[in-house]
Design a protein around this ligand. Structure first.
Ligand code: TRP
Length: 442
């Protein structure tokens, strides 16, 4: 018997919180605000919301069903539910993409940890709007420092995958709500100082002329990324759920919680950027420059900031855990390598790959010049996630559609039919059109 610690949930709620923990991460708190900024706001947000609803949510539910039916990681689950070898491609792209995502995700997850340490040493209190960009830039271009933080994140992730799942469950239950409270405090602080009007207008006024095929594809790709769908992360998590759980209901809750936090992240960051003269030359850094400046306007700001960054690091950690679990499940189930060895091997390969991303933010001239980090992120969001999403969608819509109706027996059948319709036609077609358009194939 293979050991499957991560999927032995003590209760369905533990599964739900861990899945929300997987979904909520740097994608919401770091990436969404900066790509929204780059893509001009409102219209981009609208496309993103539609993509979550029409494309992301049906595929998310499909992943939960595939895990429930196959009772294993994506590759082995697909093997269980269809004899056609073609569909295994989804398992292969999904798993290899988790290796790629985790390699650079772990680098970024180290940044809030660095800022947490800066709050402890008192350095954070000295950050002003004049020097915040330089402090951030000096940090990410210091090879030793950035690699060290990447190493800490990979080590912690390995320990969680290695160790007792109940520990993650308990911690997630406390820390995810705590993160929510801190986000609320920071939004309140920023909005009372700078007002919310400009942010609300930026996010919710729809100037369709700001949309380009590239920004539409980015919104669709990000909808996958932020929900953790496309690569089988939720397949692994749903693999060992009891039978009477409503997967549709849980899928909808995960999507709503995740989207809500993404919008909150914008309200946390944009009031200060739009309402003050802070210089954001690199939008990638918004989470680390604007917030610290805002917090420093309060006397206790750098301490609140410390806890805040610690919680962001934890939110990132609940995502890195889910990414590593996909890889470990594959190495363990398919390559038949014992789980602990599989964990070490996977983590080591990912750590090495991550070093190249860590060096591409100024640390090494070569990797910075080829923008290794940016290229990987582009490939994941714009190629791997759409391709895998289309495959999972078609597999669920065309191959296991009848069985889906049985698995989702406790869901309103009209809703199930709508989900299957979306999986059969709507999601694959929409993703395909935008994907091909962006590759300039028509
Ligand atoms: N959803 C996470 C975020 O928004 C990232 C993530 C975790 C992920 N697991 C995943 C992305 C699996 C794709 C696939 O930060």
């Amino acid at each position: 018997m293979t050991e499957k610690k991560i999927s032995n949930w003590s209760s369905p709620i533990a599964f739900l919180i861990a899945s929300i923990g997987s979904a909520i991460g740097l994608g919401n708190l770091w990436k969404f605000p900066y790509i929204t900024l780059e893509n001009g706001g409102g219209a981009f947000v609208l496309v993103y919301l539609l993509a979550v609803l029409i494309i992301g949510m049906p595929i998310l539910i499909a992943e939960l069903v595939i895990g429930k039916m196959g009772k294993a990681g994506l590759y082995q689950s697909v093997k269980q539910i269809t004899s056609k070898k073609f569909w295994l491609v989804a398992g292969l792209i999904g798993t290899s993409s988790c290796v790629i995502v985790l390699s650079y995700y772990s680098v970024v997850a180290g940044w809030p940890l660095k800022y947490f340490i800066m709050s402890l040493t008192g350095e954070m209190a000295n950050i002003t709007s004049a020097n915040s960009g330089k402090i951030f830039g000096d940090f990410v271009s210091n090879p030793m420092e950035i690699i060290s933080y990447h190493t800490v994140i990979m080590a912690l992730t390995t320990i969680f995958i290695w160790g007792e799942i109940k520990g993650i469950e308990r911690a997630t239950k406390v820390l995810i709500p705590l993160l929510g409270i801190f986000i609320a405090v920071i939004i309140y602080n920023g909005v009372t100082i700078y007002g919310h009007e400009k942010t609300t207008q930026f996010l919710f006024s729809f100037d369709l002329s700001t949309l380009t095929p590239a920004s539409i594809l980015e919104a669709c790709g990000h909808a996958f990324f932020t929900l953790s769908v496309g690569f089988g992360a939720l397949v692994v998590y749903s693999a060992h759920l009891p039978d009477n759980v409503s997967l549709t209901k849980y899928g909808i809750i995960i999507a709503i919680a995740d989207t809500f936090i993404a919008i909150c992240a914008c309200f946390m960051i944009f009031p200060i950027i739009l309402g003050s003269s802070i210089d954001i030359t690199e939008s990638i850094s918004v989470l680390f420059t604007s917030i610290t400046v805002q917090l420093n306007t309060n006397s206790l700001g750098s301490y609140i900031g410390g806890v805040f960054y610690l919680l962001i690091a934890f939110a990132a950690l609940t995502s890195t855990i889910s990414l590593l679990e996909v890889v470990v499940a594959f190495v363990n189930e398919t390559l038949k390598i014992e789980r602990k060895k599989a964990t070490l091997l996977s983590a080591f390969v990912i750590w090495v790959l991550g070093i190249f991303s860590a060096l591409s933010l100024g640390g090494s001239e070569f990797f910075t010049k080829i923008d290794f980090f940016g290229k990987l992120d582009w490939y994941v969001s714009n190629v791997a996630l759409p391709v895998c999403g289309i495959l999972i969608s078609l597999l669920a819509g065309w191959i296991i559609d009848k069985k889906m109706i049985t698995v989702l027996h406790n869901t309103n059948q009209k809703l199930v039919k709508t989900i299957i319709f979306a999986l059969k036609y709507v999601s694959p077609l929409l993703v395909l059109v935008v994907f091909l358009y962006n590759l300039k194939l028509f």
